[in-house]
Design a binder for this molecule. Structure first.
Ligand code: ADP
Ligand code: MG
Length: 224
């Protein structure tokens, strides 16, 4: 599959999401060689994480793909970690390349106007069924910001992943060590991995449904 992780805002969990979804896909499909994460952010955060330690898939900068386009063509799964504040043209290019777009948002800095701008760009391209928002770094109960953000987004008709990514220290520790949270030796980190596993499952199902919309509608008994 081809997935673009994007947001007009920085620091919302794009790289963390791109890395962990790539890790999930490497685990459920053909292994390390089947997944390519392309880092198009000038800060090259994902690439830096990859160089620090050991991720179970290949991470390259976009210039490497420009020089060698077969890298992207040959990957079974392509995950693009997009730079913050992309232009409308960059979003358009990404949409053309992507089967689906994942837009991470942290409930603490919910920027609705920015999101609505992105939605307009996506609508203009007729790809409304191709994006979903992922709530990341959701604080634990009794904080209400997560459920509040979800309710607010649902009210204005923004499509959301059913699973939230909880706010857990493990994500920073994993980035520091250059590994997936799955590969940290503590119980909390396994909970962090569980969240991305669920989102990965949703992602696989979603991509299947956009590839075969009729079959999916027939199965779920709904219309288009
Ligand atoms: N679920 C989470 N819980 C806690 N910290 C997180 C979570 N997701 C991301 N972070 C941290 O938030 C910061 C920004 O995340 P990052 O993925 O780099 O965002 P972006 O790529 O959008 O700039 C990083 O320090 C990262 O470790
Ligand atoms: Mg990033």
């Amino acid at each position: 599959m081809r997935v673009v992780v994007m947001s007009r805002k920085g620091g919302v969990g794009k790289s963390t999401t791109a890395i962990h979804l790539a890790g999930y896909l490497a685990g459920v499909s053909g292994g390390e060689a089947s997944v390519l994460l392309v880092d198009t952010d000038p800060s090259r955060n994902a690439l830096r994480v990859a160089r620090r330690g050991r991720l179970p898939f290949r991470v390259v900068g976009e210039e490497e793909v420009d020089e060698n386009p077969s890298l992207a063509r040959e990957a079974q799964h392509l995950i693009v970690d997009m730079r913050g504040s992309p232009s409308a043209e960059e979003i358009e290019d990404a949409m053309r390349l992507a089967e689906v777009m994942v837009i991470p948002i942290m409930p603490s800095g919910l920027a609705l106007d920015t999101l609505l701008q992105t939605r307009r760009d996506i609508k203009r391209l007729g790809r409304e069924d191709r994006y979903r928002v992922l709530l990341t770094a959701v604080p634990p109960w009794p904080y209400r910001r997560g459920p509040q953000a979800r309710a607010q987004l649902e009210e204005i008709g923004i499509p959301l992943f059913g699973t939230d990514i909880r706010r857990l220290e493990a994500f920073e520790a994993a980035a520091d060590e250059g590994v997936l949270v799955r590969d940290l030796p503590d119980r909390r980190a396994q909970r962090a991995w569980e969240d991305y596993t669920r989102v990965g499952e949703e992602l696989v199902e979603w991509v299947r449904s956009v590839r075969t919309p009729d079959l999916h509608a027939a199965r779920s008994g709904g219309g288009a």
